[in-house]
Design a protein around this ligand. Structure first.
Ligand code: B3K
Ligand code: ZN
Length: 897
């Protein structure tokens, strides 16, 4: 560890900043050897801060201070002190101008926080605390300032110089240099500062806002990628229009820019007016990018754009409030994607992700509320809890209030807090004040960790024709939170009659928050607030089948004793699309768990024919309605995918890795074998040679075809290998090439050995100059469930194209293996664990943020058998014994062990 005792920051210790920075003027002289940053800060004591003459303590890391002055007077060395993290000035007046000059070396910055070089370009990443690596500053989100930034650089190497706001002046200077000054009229916290310099190309477009203002849109990239920007531009314009229509939010500057950067620690960053993106979230072209890639670009472009209001105009008071902007913005981007494509499929994908990634986090040693109480390293709290569960919490408010009242709430929130740094509590208060509702109990979602469990039972009274649902809610203990108060949540339900139609719902219950009835659909949203609660419906003519937690109305686990026949019935008839899928998943989980039991007790395996029958019905439906557009092929494809191993593990008390993997594979094989003919028909019906388009309809068609292909490749048949190879050779788009390559690589059959090697080599040679496609090449091999994958992955670490400096590459190989290849990562030898620990230790000195992120899978040891627990903890302890561990890795490893 760097420090003997790493400091923990607590929410309850929050104090307003003692000083404010009204204006920030930066002059950044970029250079290959040493970059100089001259900063002028117009500062004053904060009238709201504690009285008394506090010293001025500025944040700063890895800065070489050259000069410091106050109001033009150079300071003597006894007037300030410096340590690794701070610059302290003992005596400063009420108001003053502080000037500093520092030297930094961005070319040596491998942490990718602050100012660094990605390939030949300079770029920045300041959230959460990277600005302090550029200059001494009050690097906290509640200090908001107006910025004027001048960038100076060699004109031939860095013809493009960008920062936030508007470009207000430019010129040439001696030695082949040039400069540009940018001025951002909006006050912002330092984490939204951005700077880019490079030899970049761009595409340009225009958007006319609802009030008639014309906004220039520019997307920049290194020249080789300039032909992959159109989809991002279309997505951006769609997002701008959507935010006006749905939230009434108009863009505020005259220009909006996106820059694509190859070396980036995460997806993208919402810097004011100058978003910086990982290339993986902006570039898209039919032959290099899969449909998923296209959808990711659309979603991330929208997400970062939406931050302009939810995050930038209204920002966070402190980092404990991260979900204020992230949870809300994820909710916004989810709804946007739903409006752009298949809403039900978007929803079920979001829920599948929540269950396989966030539920385990909430049940593990790093469990934290969406508003955490404390952290050692804030970068460790950009979690699925803060983001995805945070989005679910906002969604619940939306469900409880309904869309109109929710919109009144967001209008008030944006109006009331524009230009401010606020808290999650301010968000909830705005919702309450705009609508006269009481969300006091709802606030438990912000302070309590853990996934609540709803145990539901039902009773039908034939004489009274009444139907009662009894709900018991509970929530497991999480670190530091033994006892939980009940949550307030919207519980959306419908009741199906024997023909599969929704009963019209009648109830006297005062806890009904809303009732929706249209056509054949009837749902009630029940307000669940107590640990035990009952809801009675009247005029129910016959015992119904309940459809519970429709559209996944709350991020909870639901127990209800459905029979397999009831699940099949819901799969066919539920008017709620999400619950049709959910019933299929429950049925599949049930059947797979039964097979797990058979494997564990060494009985012969038999797969319940009802699951096969249900899949047959889905496949038949897609044949019958192939042409008439009466089916959503994306939904059919999703319904044919069996629940993932991570989710199955999450559902087990102790996850039996081998039995889960084998049971799931045997169930898939049974489906593939019994349905072979129909699957092949669907495959063929959905072949298409029309030019690639990323439309919802085409994406759905490809998804369905490729789900069939994956099944068809399971039984050992060489004609299927040929089919797969032909798809690999002849497709005009990366989605189909990728699906074929994956199917070949995953094929256990000997007949596939040669074609798979050939395909991998061809793919590599063809795409050796396309880094994002090579990432795919690494990741397809890393996630292959066949034995021997770890040896291959280890060998790939030495491949000439492997580069630890590019996070995308590390994620494609190391993180993909550890987080997606359950069966190989958890091999009983412990080799997978050792591999990951070695990589974390190797990565930590250069890029601690990334090292801590890839460490995640080792922290989930509680789910596994004793032998694996020992091995996993052993690796965590080995990591902890390393000298000079970063606080990023230290926090995760020490809290997990
Ligand atoms: N706000 C950034 C994430 C920053 C992560 C810092 N470690 C991207 C986003 O969520 O939109
Ligand atoms: Zn975000």
């Amino acid at each position: 560890m760097k420090e003997a005792q790493p400091k923990t920051t607590h929410l309850k210790e929050y104090e307003v900043p003692p000083f404010l920075i009204e204006e920030t003027e930066l002059r950044v002289e970029l250079d290959e050897e040493q970059t100089h940053v001259k900063t002028s800060l117009k500062m004053k004591r904060n009238p709201d801060a504690k009285k008394g003459k506090l010293p001025l303590v500025l944040d700063g890391g890895e800065l070489d201070l050259k000069e410091i002055s106050i109001d033009g007077r150079l300071l003597l060395s006894n007037e300030y002190s410096l340590d690794d993290e701070h610059l302290t000035l003992f005596d400063v007046p009420q108001q003053f101008v502080l000037e500093t000059s520092v030297a930094i070396k961005p070319q040596e910055n491998t942490s990718l926080e602050g100012l660094y070089k990605s390939g030949d370009m300079f770029c920045t990443q300041c959230e959460a605390e990277g600005f302090r690596n550029i200059t001494y500053y009050l690097d906290r989100p509640d200090v908001m300032s107006r910025y004027r930034t001048t960038i100076v650089a060699d004109k031939s190497l860095y013809p493009v110089l960008l920062s936030n706001g508007n470009d207000v002046a430019r010129g040439e200077s001696e030695g082949g240099k040039h400069w540009v000054t940018w001025e951002d009229p909006f006050k912002k916290p330092a984490y939204l500062f951005a700077l880019v310099a490079g030899d970049l190309q761009h595409i340009e477009d225009e958007f006319t806002t609802c009030s008639g203002r014309s906004i220039t849109l520019k997307i920049y990239t290194e020249p080789a990628n300039a032909n992959k920007l159109d989809h991002a531009m279309t997505s951006l314009k769609n997002a701008m229009a959507w935010d006006e229509q749905v939230y009434g939010r108009e863009y505020d500057l005259d220009i909006f820019m996106i820059v694509a950067v190859e070396s980036f620690n995460m997806g993208a960053m919402e810097n004011k007016g100058l978003n910086i993106f990982n290339t993986s979230c902006v570039l898209a072209r039919a032959d290099t990018t899969t449909d998923r890639g296209y959808q990711r670009v659309e979603g991330v472009v929208a997400h970062e754009y939406f931050h302009n209001w939810s995050g930038n105009r209204v920002t966070c008071r402190d980092w404990f409030q991260l979900s204020l902007k992230e949870g809300f913005t994820v909710f916004r981007d989810q709804r946007f994607s739903a409006d752009m494509g298949s809403a039900t499929v978007c929803r079920l994908e979001d829920v599948a992700f929540l269950r396989s990634a966030q539920f385990p986090e909430d049940a593990g040693p790093m469990a934290h509320p969406i508003r955490p109480d404390s952290y050692i390293e804030i970068n460790n709290f950009y979690t699925t809890t803060v983001y995805e569960k945070g989005a679910e919490v906002v969604r619940m408010i939306h469900t409880l209030l309904g869309p109109e009242r929710f919109r009144q709430g967001t209008d008030l929130y944006f109006d009331r807090h524009d230009g401010q740094a606020v808290t999650t509590d301010d968000f909830v208060t705005a919702m309450e004040d705009a609508n006269g509702v009481d969300l006091r109990q709802f606030r438990n979602w912000y302070s309590q960790a853990g996934t609540p469990l709803l145990n539901v039972s039902s009773e039908y009274d034939e004489d009274a024709q009444s139907y009662t649902l009894k709900v018991i809610q509970s929530c497991q203990a999480t670190p530091g939170q033994e006892h939980k108060e009940p949550f307030h949540l919207p519980f959306s339900v419908g009741l199906l009659d024997s023909a599969g139609k929704d009963f019209a719902l009648n109830t006297e219950d005062a806890h009904v928050s809303s009732m929706s009835q249209d056509g054949t659909h009837c749902s009630a949203v029940l307000n669940l607030t107590e640990s035990e609660q009952q809801f009675t419906f009247t005029d129910v003519e016959a015992r119904p089948v309940p459809s519970l937690l429709r559209n996944f109305s709350a991020p909870v686990k639901l127990e209800y004793d459905y029979s397999r026949d009831e699940l099949m019935f819901l799969m066919s008839y539920d008017s709620d699309g999400f619950n049709r899928w959910e019933a299929g998943q429950r049925l599949a989980v049930d059947v797979i768990q039964e097979v797990v039991g058979q494997i564990q007790s060494a009985q012969p395996v038999s797969v319940d024919g009802r699951l096969i029958k249900a899949c047959q019905a889905i496949v038949d439906q897609s044949i019958d309605h192939h042409q008439d557009g009466k089916i959503d092929k994306a939904m059919i494809a999703a319904m044919l995918v069996m629940p993932g191993e991570a989710y199955l593990a999450e559902l087990s008390a102790v996850a039996d890795v081998e039995a889960i993997h084998s049971a799931r594979e045997q169930v898939r094989l049974a489906i593939a074998t019994d349905l072979k003919g129909s699957l092949l028909s669907v495959y063929k019906l959905n072949l298409s040679d029309k030019p690639y388009e990323p439309t919802g309809v085409d994406i759905a068609q490809r998804a369905l075809k490729n789900v069939c292909l994956a099944y068809l490749m399971l039984p050992e048949k060489s004609e299927m290998v040929n089919l797969c190879q032909s798809q690999f050779d002849n497709s005009n788009n990366m989605t189909d090439v990728d699906a074929a390559l994956r199917a070949l690589v995953n094929a256990a059959d000997e007949k596939a050995l040669e074609p798979k090697e050939k395909a991998l080599t061809e793919f590599y040679n063809k795409w050796v100059h396309e880094p994002l496609v090579l990432d795919q090449w690494f990741s397809i091999q890393a996630v292959c469930p066949l034995p021997g994958t770890l040896e291959k992955v280890t060998a790939l670490l030495g491949h000439e194209a492997y580069d630890t400096k590019v996070p995308n590459r590390v994620r494609a190989l190391v993180a993909a293996f550890a987080s997606q290849n359950t069966i190989n990562f958890h091999h009983s030898s412990g080799d997978g664990y050792r591999f990951l620990a070695d990589q974390v230790i190797r990565m930590d000195p250069s890029n601690p943020l990334l090292a801590a992120r890839i460490l995640g899978p080792l922290s989930r040891w509680r789910k596994y058998d004793e032998a694996r627990q020992r091995l996993m903890r052993g690796e965590l302890e080995r990591i902890l014994s390393v000298d000079d561990l970063s606080k990023d890795v230290y926090e995760i490893a020490s809290k997990s062990v």
